[in-house]
Design a protein around this ligand. Structure first.
Ligand code: MSP
Length: 522
């Protein structure tokens, strides 16, 4: 029997359910959705996980402040805020894990018992500052006049007898790991930061708390609950069957998915993912993730956008104006993935108009209008355009390389450059002039067919980032009837020229990206 094909397994952080999602959370989740949709269109088996982090003091205190039991609070937020926002943004996740689910809590307890048996856990005393906003034990360098640098709020002093994980034992193995696998923590600047942190020495980690009870019970000491980050990091593995026997359903699924190919995280939570998490796995003898990628922050007014600083923007504030596809496109196109980026309404409007409405949407409108006018709404005979076809082949290669390296901006640029080239092709070939001369009918047909083919390719290539408008375009080209489901079209086959069937009815549907003035009026 052959081993099952390893899935491309990608995760987002699991988000705290102390509030509804804002565009910072959506940024990571859209990036993960774009990349997993791209890999699916490469014909790979893919598993995309997102979810919610529900234990700990941050969520517990929010629930208390709302006079609601914590479980009820989490249920309400997950169902009324988190899942609907991901649905609205067309996020095609395969699973959604909640840390209060028994599939998670039971596996966390089993994992913990395993580490205890292996001698990596011991009892000790912890005394030091803790930031509930970060749910993190802080080091002196993390503070600014007694306040957490990230939340600008005073930290709390914790003094407890807790269970400790021997994190310090993994400093050298982690340094060796990053030295021999530079791709395991990206971008390079993130890895350099992690290496410097490790070289500075790392203490053992307190992994339980005894002063509140909203968490997973430590199996051998039920007065203590597991530290929320230790609980949360395990979601990536519990969701796919960690600790299940190898021959069980869960065990087989684990073998198919683990190790994760990419953990996408914001740079605020890099150390948890690139230090604590792989150390936990090393201690258990489980392979570490192939890559942790830390992206930058969305800034508003020069600072990390956040609800607690009242700079949070809800995705619907933007999608109600620009639409879901433009939202997804904008953040991946405008900000180099890995760097910070400022969100501005002006920049978003400018790109919407020039790149989506003019370059892409208008090309589709021009083509469908011309086919209606000159060909009675029916796609003319096949033609082979070596120029557009060869630059399409180059585009696919460039885009695929960039996107697989998580250079989303580079990948989208390559595709949109092709879109610009098709616009120039139409401008230079002047089909409206050719159409006036009946002896040039074959030439006219070739221009229109080639333009339609280019739009067919653009629909496939842009589908992972703009699933709604590309599906519409697919319908206008009649491809839904002749070429099947858009999302099933393989990236590797996009550049095969002349796929559209001549004689297909082409429809002039609604404009893909209406001008913003028109939208405001409606
Ligand atoms: N619950 C933890 C993560 C546990 S993962 C095992 C957590 N949750 S969070 O709700 O605070 O979400 C943090 C993540 O949201 C960041 O890492 C990032 O992915 C995303 N972002 C939140 N604010 C952001 C910005 N302003 N900009 C970009 N991403 C942001 O931390």
């Amino acid at each position: 029997m052959s081993a099952p094909e390893k899935s491309f397994y990608l995760t987002t952080p699991i988000y705290y359910v102390n509030d509804a999602p804002h565009i910072g959370h959506a940024y990571t989740t859209v990036a993960g959705d774009f990349l997993t949709r791209w890999h699916r269109q490469k014909g790979e088996s893919v598993w995309y996980l997102t979810g919610t982090d529900e234990h700990g003091q941050k969520v517990m205190r929010t629930a208390e402040a709302n006079n609601t039991p914590p479980q009820e609070w989490c249920d309400r937020l997950v169902e009324s805020a988190w899942k609907p926002v991901w649905r609205d943004l067309e996020i095609a996740n395969d699973d959604f894990i909640r840390t209060t689910e028994s599939r998670h809590t039971e596996r966390v307890q089993k994992f913990l018992t395993g580490l205890m048996e292996k001698g990596f856990i011991y009892e000790g005393n912890y005394e030091g500052p803790y930031c509930v906003g970060c749910e993190e034990f802080k080091l002196p360098g993390d503070l600014d006049e007694g306040k957490c640098k990230i939340h600008s709020k005073p930290v709390e002093m914790v003094k407890e007898t807790n269970w400790f994980f021997k994190l310090s034992a993994f400093v050298q193995p982690l340094l060796d790991h990053y030295k021999s696998n530079p791709g395991a923590c990206q971008p390079d600047s993130a890895r350099n930061e992690v290496v410097a942190f490790l070289e500075g020495g790392v203490s053992d980690l307190s992994i339980s708390r005894s002063t509140f009870d909203w968490g997973i019970k430590v199996p051998w000491d039920t007065k203590q609950v597991v530290y929320v980050w230790f609980d949360a990091l395990l979601n990536y593995a519990t969701a796919v069957g960690l600790t299940d026997p190898a021959d069980s359903e869960g065990g087989k699924f684990f073998a198919k998915t683990w190790p994760a190919d990419v953990h996408l995280v914001g740079k605020d939570i890099l150390r948890f993912h690139a230090v604590i998490w792989p150390a936990m796995l090393m201690a258990a003898g489980i392979p570490v993730p192939k890559k942790v990628f830390a992206h930058g922050w969305l800034l508003v007014g020069g600072e990390k956008m956040s609800k607690s600083k009242l700079t949070g923007i809800a995705p619907s504030d933007i999608t109600s104006h620009f639409g879901v596809d433009a939202f997804r496109y904008y953040f991946m196109r405008a900000i180099p993935f890995g760097s910070d980026g400022s969100f501005s309404w002006e920049d978003m409007s400018a790109r919407y108009t020039s790149e989506l409405a003019n370059d892409f949407g208008n090309l589709a409108s021009r083509l469908t209008a011309m086919i209606e006018k000159y060909c009675g709404g029916v796609l003319p005979a096949r033609a082979d355009s070596s120029d557009l076809a060869s630059s399409l082949a180059r585009t696919v290669g460039e885009a695929d390389k960039a996107i697989c390296e998580l250079d989303f901006q580079g990948g989208i640029n390559a595709i949109m450059d092709f879109c610009k080239e098709v616009n120039s092709y139409v401008t230079i070939k002047e089909p409206w002039v050719v159409a006036k001369d009946t002896t040039r009918k074959a030439e006219l047909d070739a221009i229109l067919y080639n333009t339609a083919e280019s739009l067919r390719a653009l629909a496939v290539l842009l589908h992972p980032i703009m699933p709604i408008s590309t599906n519409k375009l697919w319908g206008y080209l009649g491809a839904d009837k002749t070429l099947g489901v858009l999302g099933k079209h393989k990236i590797s086959e996009v550049a095969n020229w002349a796929q559209l069937h001549p004689g297909t009815k082409i429809s002039k549907g609604e404009i893909l990206f209406p001008r913003l003035e028109d939208k405001q009026e409606s």
